[in-house]
Ligand binder design. Structure first.
Ligand SMILES: [Zn+2]
Length: 387
């Protein structure tokens, strides 16, 4: 069980007073703050690109107990960005490589390696032992798993993700703000979003994003400053710019909303592997450019957005109408079945479901936007924000 850092402040040795001197002279921190860090614990999920700066800085800062979960081995192709590991460790397990490096960096803390793949069977047991969870994973299945486990356990989840030249950071704490599912109710279709292995990543990018996660983790553990709760920070390395989006808790969130339907961990491989039926993938889809052209010449077109009101507030296509998927059964009589309908959502999953539903209700002139509003922003109107 996690200890309450406030009730059991740890004593600092002479060596620690010397080591943490630059912390101790910060009025916001002082000896009390440093003792609080020593009595606290954090779990870093993934000892890769994000996990590298995270684990190094959290260890160096004196977080008393640092857990690292990873099942992988150090590969030569990791070293372009995973600065926690070195050439001499190629072929050894990442958590073992991490343990050695971190123990050398700071012998005053406990490193707890979890040499395992995080799954629905072990996630609750592993995460429950730490005060805060830091998500440094590189895939959607684990990201949803970490989010769900954190909400079910009431833990704060310091989120970060990267792709090519862009990254994002937020702090999800369902008691005080939204969770990852409030922001992304559905994973992208399998194969649509390439991994860093397929799409590439600038080596220093996880350094920037992982360091920001480290900042947020220390703030959460110390209870100082304003954490990124309810805010999504977006970083673009090419333009060297930061953008911030306000995130609201989705009252309809199936996990942290008023009437949750997810009460235990689910099958994340299946969740993220979902692909629309083969028959749907063909003639029922319209791509973004095709839709752009069609809107010019067909004034009868009904463009229906089936996302949530929360997502609609972030980004919308001018002239579209919002009918969230959950309300479609009671509101479908607002649609004219004699006129063509194009359905859209974030990435094309919910719109496929909406299409199936309307078809079963007798609608025939139906299509849905392949890749959703994400594709529209990418291919037609870059002014529409992506999230
Ligand atoms: Zn939520």
């Amino acid at each position: 069980m996690s200890r309450d850092p406030q009730r059991h402040p740890a004593e600092l040795s002479r060596e620690e007073l010397v080591r943490y001197g630059r912390h101790l002279i910060l009025p916001e921190m002082g000896i009390e703050g440093q003792r609080r860090l020593k009595a606290s614990s954090a779990l870093v999920v993934g000892a890769g690109g994000l996990g590298s700066p995270l684990a190094l800085y959290l260890a160096a800062a004196g977080v008393g107990r640092l857990g690292i979960v990873d099942f992988d081995y150090v590969d030569e192709s990791n070293l372009q960005r995973q600065i926690l590991h070195g050439s001499a460790r190629v072929g050894t397990s990442k958590v073992e490589s991490a343990r050695e490096r971190l123990a050398d960096l700071n012998p005053h803390i406990a490193i707890e390696p979890h040499d395992a793949r995080l799954t629905r069977d072990n996630a609750l047991a592993i995460l429950s032992g730490y005060d805060v969870v830091v998500d440094g994973t590189d895939n959607f299945a684990t990201r949803y798993l970490v989010n769900d486990a954190c909400v079910l356990l009431g833990k704060t989840n310091v989120h970060g993700s990267i792709f090519r030249f862009e990254g994002q950071v937020s702090v999800f704490d369902a008691a005080r703000g939204p969770c990852y599912r409030c922001l992304y109710p559905e994973p992208p279709p399998a194969g649509l979003v390439p991994s860093c292995a397929e799409g590439g990543v600038l080596g220093v990018l996880p350094g920037v994003i992982g360091a920001l996660q480290g900042v947020e983790t220390l703030k959460v553990l110390l209870g100082i400053g304003e954490p990124l709760i309810g805010r999504l920070l977006l970083f673009d390395a090419l333009s060297l710019s930061f953008r911030e989006l306000e995130l609201r808790k989705d009252p309809e969130c199936p996990l942290c909303g008023a009437h949750p339907t997810i009460r235990e961990l689910v099958d994340y491989e299946a969740l993220c592997g979902f692909e629309p039926d083969a028959e749907l993938a063909g003639g029922d889809e319209i791509d973004a450019r095709e839709l752009g052209a069609l809107r010019q010449k067909d004034p009868d077109l009904q463009l229906i957005d089936v996302r949530t009101a929360h997502e609609w507030a972030i980004a919308r296509i001018e002239g579209s109408r919002l009918i969230p998927l959950g309300t479609l059964p009671e509101r479908m009589d607002e649609l004219d079945p004699s006129r063509p309908v194009v359905l859209l959502c974030h990435r094309g999953i919910r719109s496929a479901r909406a299409l199936e539903f309307l078809r079963s209700a007798g609608f025939t002139r139906l299509r849905h936007l392949r890749g959703g509003i994400e594709a529209w922003s990418r291919d037609v109107d870059p002014q529409v924000p992506r999230y």
